[in-house]
Design a protein around this ligand. Sequence first.
Ligand SMILES: Cc1cc2nc3c(=O)[nH]c(=O)nc-3n(C[C@H](O)[C@H](O)[C@H](O)COP(=O)(O)OP(=O)(O)OC[C@H]3O[C@@H](n4cnc5c(N)ncnc54)[C@H](O)[C@@H]3O)c2cc1C
Ligand code: SF4
Length: 511
Amino acid sequence: MRYLILVLGDQLSFTSPALVGFDPLQDTILMIEAPGESTAVWSHKARTALFLSAMRHFANGVAERGWPLDYEQLDSEGPADFGARLQQALQRHRPQALRVVEPGEWRMQQQVEQACAQAGVPLRWLDDTHFICSRADFARWARGRKELRMEFFYREMRRQSGVLMDGDQPVGGQWNFDVDNRSPYPKRSGPGAIPAPAGFAPDAVTREVFALVERHFPDHPGELAQFAWPVTREQALQALEVFIEQRLPQFGKYQDAMWTDTPTGWHSLLSAALNLHLLDPREVVAAAEQAWRRGRVPLESAEGFIRQVIGWREFVRGVYWLDMPAMKEANHYAHVRALPAWFWTGDTRMACMRDSLKQTLALGYAHHIQRLMVTGNFALLAELSPPEVCDWYLAVYVDAIEWVELPNTAGMALHACGPRFTSKPYVASGAYIQRQSNYCQGCRYDPAARTGDDACPFTTLYWNFIDRHQQSLSANPRTALMTKNLQRMSEAERTAIRARAAEMLAGLDML
Ligand SMILES: Cc1cc2nc3c(=O)[nH]c(=O)nc-3n(C[C@H](O)[C@H](O)[C@H](O)COP(=O)(O)OP(=O)(O)OC[C@H]3O[C@@H](n4cnc5c(N)ncnc54)[C@H](O)[C@@H]3O)c2cc1C
Ligand code: SF4
């Protein structure tokens, strides 16, 4: 055999560089389902099911092409560990080399390198051309910059790609329409009728995977009943089309809006399809730009969406590979508190957390502002241990792969990497959640109360956080105002906040 070509579960594209020049007479494709990948963190059932179903559909495509394929199923005999299964396959096939596209996790890179070294098989890594910015190009951009900022990277990506550009100027005269992306839903009428995202009834392959997941991981979190994710490229393209036609127009305006029992808002739900490589970011961006150029969607929607894809998505991937493995240990505030048990059940009295957590367990999905400003904000204010929080995020979302989950959780939500790539901690009191949602209406806590039995945990813990980190926050122009507001409070009020916060922190499980 010339090449054994390893296709990982998040590399499901027939345009993958690993398959360029594939010769069925000399090469074989290898795909491995390993139970260890579902237990490395306590993976949500829908997350495991999505990976396995998409892999099996891709394998069917390989079979249709008549290409040789060695597909190791989850329940085949052998070790649970991915690396050990790979090593066995290398020994079985004895190829001249293993070809594989660079993976989405540092841990996976180590496993592949180790397996090849132990089996004595040469390893050929290939650049992941799914991403617009290669790891090397990102490292070049970052060189000499102590602190990395998404906005400057994003402008560079716009210039280089020509997306939403008018010559060398951004269309509409500004790079960023973020200020137009923050409207809440109308408080009286709510979000109204939002067209549903494309959903896909599980076919026979997916149903078989469900049975497998229930058999192997019966005690894992999450449900499969509402699983409707795209598992093939055709479905992913359909999901993209429905989003661009029906949901992108209002995406921009309501990007930061939340509402009870409105789990998806106007968001795209395309992250999982993108991360599995069922969609290419270039085609997603082109579709959004074209919709704007044809006058179908406002610029704040097209730009807001494109910023997430060629800005944040490419940026966090670059930072991940630059800062691993240290990023995994980062803990700027030295927080060590354990994750409350209700993160795994949603059984908390805080209405905003309950809604965000329950939908996460039901769907494996929450939109960005829920992940950042509800669960993430709470985790930071409650001084939860970053590694525990990161493991939770990696476990519960269907789109979770470490290159994107870790920088978002450790870096953005928890500020665990300090100012390395975010300019300030994203903390907010209950007032923010009240403004952006209707959650507080149905809550036993009062978002305006800082002390007393009804005090909103977000509000009390927010002021406690500002109080504790007053010195560093007042030195940062982006957070100085927060400390000015604290200084206006009487010493008695501040003492009462500290006391109530201490009670809450000691009894997080009871909130
Ligand atoms: C604490 C935390 C953890 C996160 N974990 C993940 C994760 O494991 N996997 C993941 O794909 N995203 C993660 N994100 C980013 C973002 O929340 C999700 O990409 C988004 O919610 C997915 O839903 P959507 O497809 O409807 O996104 P939309 O709101 O429709 O956004 C469009 C696309 O932009 C990209 N995008 C948007 N925001 C980001 C971002 N901050 N970083 C990278 N890409 C982005 C996604 O590909 C997304 O599909 C996380 C964010 C936070 C704050
Ligand atoms: S009052 Fe506080 S805990 Fe309750 S929903 Fe509002 S922000 Fe969340």
